[in-house]
Design a protein around this ligand. Structure first.
Ligand code: URA
Length: 256
């Protein structure tokens, strides 16, 4: 991707780039700084030095046992089962289920928390304001929305966008597990604390989960965590860190 194009995408994320002057400039990528932010610019850290990866043994997220009923489903069957689901109380308040969207051959799987109001209306994940930012985040690392697959931990909107409760995630996660098994992504980009904690089965903070390679499921899919775009809309100063995470994910993917 040309640097002009990348700058356009970063601008769409609400970031502008600046480059180091002097000899270190050649060794580092442009660093993104939040627009309209009064905080001083961060020191540019060489990419290798900034990388902390490969988690300790035991930190891999073991696959949940996909209940046998999900494990046999193909894509159309799974979509049908999700659409008809009444396993938790959210079925009473949803307009429709939000299954997931994207390329069934995608190498990247993006996982969010749960549909919001707009997603509940349209039946597609990440179509509201957070979705627009997610699209810009993906474009910033050279990915079109159509190239990836996007799904949520929950397939139904929790009323008033409240956090999912454990019983809801427990009932719903087997659907996502089956989506992952069918898709076989090469990398998972998990956005937000709730999705990360549920997929990695941890109470760890988002700050401690980002900038590391986690592994998911029996096939050890690399999993990278970053901030939720809705959070970034509320806290634009954090976009700089999200950009670091996106570059990190791109490196992890490139390493294979
Ligand atoms: N937030 C999410 O986590 N998922 C969506 O689909 C929309 C907003």
């Amino acid at each position: 991707m040309s640097s002009t194009l990348r700058k356009e995408y970063l601008a769409a994320m609400g970031l502008e780039t600046w480059s180091l002057r002097g000899p270190a400039a050649a060794a580092s990528e442009p660093v993104a700084a939040p627009l309209n932010e009064s905080a001083p610019a961060v020191a540019a850290v060489p990419r290798e030095a900034a990388r902390r990866d490969e988690v300790a043994p035991g930190d891999a997220a073991a696959p949940r046992e996909a209940a046998p009923r999900e494990a046999a489903y193909d894509w159309p069957q799974l979509r049908e089962r999700v659409a008809a689901c009444t396993r938790c109380g959210l079925c009473a308040t949803r307009t429709q289920t939000v299954f997931g969207v994207g390329n069934l051959q995608a190498e990247w799987l993006v996982v969010g928390e749960a549909p919001g109001a707009e997603e509940d209306r349209q039946g597609e994940p990440f179509v509201g304001r957070a979705g627009q930012l997610l699209n810009a985040m993906l474009r910033a690392i050279g990915l079109k929305r159509e190239q990836v697959y996007i799904a949520n931990v929950l397939k139904c909107r929790p009323p008033h966008n409240r956090d999912p409760v454990p019983a809801e995630t427990m009932e719903c996660l087997p659907f996502l597990d089956r989506q992952i098994a069918l898709l076989k992504p090469r990398i998972m980009l998990v956005v937000g604390r709730i999705a990360a904690q549920n997929l990695l089965r941890t109470d760890a903070t988002l700050g401690s989960l980002r900038q590391r390679v986690h592994r998911f499921g029996a096939s050890d899919v690399p999993l990278v965590v970053t901030y939720h775009p809705a959070y970034l809309l509320r806290s634009p100063a954090e976009k700089r860190k999200a950009w670091e995470d996106l570059k990190f994910a791109r490196e992890v993917f490139a390493r294979g």
